[in-house]
Ligand binder design. Structure first.
Ligand code: SAH
Length: 228
């Protein structure tokens, strides 16, 4: 982590604060609390323990960053609860090297967790301010991902098929384009519903059909069409 600042001093000002033993301690407590909730296994929780979540928030929220809370980010959006990030990451059943498409880059925090898990990430965000912020932050932290400013309803057909698709905004319905971009045997984790949502796991079968399983309640900001 410290090397980032030595190698890229220009990011020092942008990041305002680097990681610190204080935040590392807070983070370790957060991860052990998440473990107690049983939402995710060690691989996901160890990844979350390596990521300075506070840097994805405005500085006024830094000291609260390791509580299991959602916080406002730019453009009226929110960073997901750590428990939601842990849960969705676990549900994806990731293996290193997989191609994963994320809809709703937002702050970039969920994206960082996925990158830490050794997958190849493709992520779409429709708010320019968040696209710009997450791109800078993920780059500053050394994560490589294919980030797109665009409409997640369309997916990224150029890079399809994907082993996994994770939607981190509340979808009014399951977008057909995203189903089409899933590989056979692939898994999509998507919160579906207007207002509040149900977390749904969709698995694409060898014959191209889909099996859906409803997993529990979710509350994300809405998935909206087009670019803002
Ligand atoms: N994964 C994010 C969660 C951010 S909230 C994080 O870790 O911070 C959900 C995000 O989805 C918002 O940034 C919102 O702008 C974005 N979003 C909503 N509809 C979208 C769409 N159609 N395509 C891409 N992003 C979308």
């Amino acid at each position: 982590m410290k090397e980032v600042f030595r190698l890229f001093p220009m990011y020092f000002q942008f990041m305002q604060n680097e990681d610190s033993p204080y935040y590392q301690g807070q983070r370790a407590i957060m991860c052990s609390e998440l473990k107690a909730k049983g939402l995710a296994g060690d691989a996901v929780l160890n990844a979350m323990n390596r990521i300075p979540r506070h840097l994805f928030l405005e500085s006024s929220f830094h000291q609260h960053a390791y509580q299991d809370k959602a916080f406002p980010i730019a453009a009226g959006q929110t960073i997901s609860h750590p428990s939601t990030v842990a849960w969705q990451s676990e549900l994806l059943e990731l293996r290193p090297g997989m191609k994963v498409l994320e809809i709703g880059t937002g702050s970039g925090y969920q994206a960082a967790v996925l990158c830490e898990l050794g997958i190849k990430l493709f992520s779409i965000e429709r708010q320019k301010a968040l696209f710009d912020f997450s791109k800078k932050m993920l780059t500053a932290l050394g994560y490589r991902a294919e980030l797109k400013f665009g409409d997640g309803f369309k997916g990224m057909p150029v890079f399809a098929p994907f082993d996994r698709v994770i939607v981190t905004c509340g979808a009014p319905f399951v977008p057909k384009a995203l189903l089409a971009q899933l590989i056979e045997g692939g898994i999509m984790i998507i919160p579906v519903g207007e207002g509040t949502q149900k977390m749904v796991k969709i698995t694409k079968q060898a014959d191209g059909s889909f099996v859906q399983k409803v997993l529990g309640d979710a509350a994300f900001v809405p998935m909206l069409k087009d670019r803002e």
